[in-house]
Design a protein around this ligand. Sequence first.
Ligand code: FES
Length: 321
Amino acid sequence: MSASDHLIPVVVSNVVEVNPIIKRFEFKHVNGDELPAFSGGAHIVVEMLDDGTKRKNPYSLMSSPFERDQYAISVRRDDTGRGGSKFMHEQVRPGMQMKISAPVNLFSLDLRARKHLMIAGGIGITPFIAQMTQADKLGVPFELHYAARSVSQAAYMDSLADRFGDHVSCYCDDQGESVDLEVLLSNQPLGTHVYVCGPKGMIERVVETASSLGWPAAHVHFEHFLAPPVGEPFEVHLAKAGIDITVGAEQSLLEAVEASGTPINCMCRGGACGQCETVVVACDGDIMHNDHWLDEEQRAAKQRIMPCVSRFRGKRLELDL
Ligand code: FES
């Protein structure tokens, strides 16, 4: 059983074009009820019924954790992906009814921190908008460093600078601006926690720089959901259910298992939380693991798989489901 099993019926209350590649979507409960409480950094899973395919994508909540009449997410369009963001951009309109999961937080602020240092890249800004609203209201020291490729692709930069003033520093690659991580991380008061969300390279640089400067690992937090990759269709045998399923080219293994009605745990749907870890009963071929969860040894052993992001190429894959 997972959060996405209990879906909440919502109506799309607003769709805003933030820039040419990012749209913001706002949802209200269909009955006008309050939506579940959440804290900054939480995400919801949005169910999309796309021409016979049911897709479920996670998106960070960017609305205020102190207002429960509506939720807001921002979606970056990716035309090379499985079609979820394209569906959101092209099909979702105000007034449309959809289903979302209750919020889950795998990227919450550590309330023991003396100060929160937030580093965002691109669309990775969204969880920080809710976190800053929370930190600001609670009067906790925080600082955001937000980098984007270009001024035209930077979402919410102006409004964040207006709202949070000196707490916010922005950098655009096309202006020749960049964050000096060494300087930034070297000059923080004791007890600071750093949070990073953005492209893989940025997360790795922050984690490595913090580690090389002696930051305790428990003070370094990152969020990196992976979008399940597209690929060739493949067959899987679910041993407990006693059925064979086909995973479509633009479907994840997790979605195919769910479509078969077979129970499976999941939370992040992006290879980060470990909830969907499944035992491989038999494998004659290659598993493309794609997750952040299993270590190299576990991957090589081919005895575990994370169905939310992994694919398979070969003769036979049998799972303990
Ligand atoms: S659902 Fe989180 S790792 Fe698969």
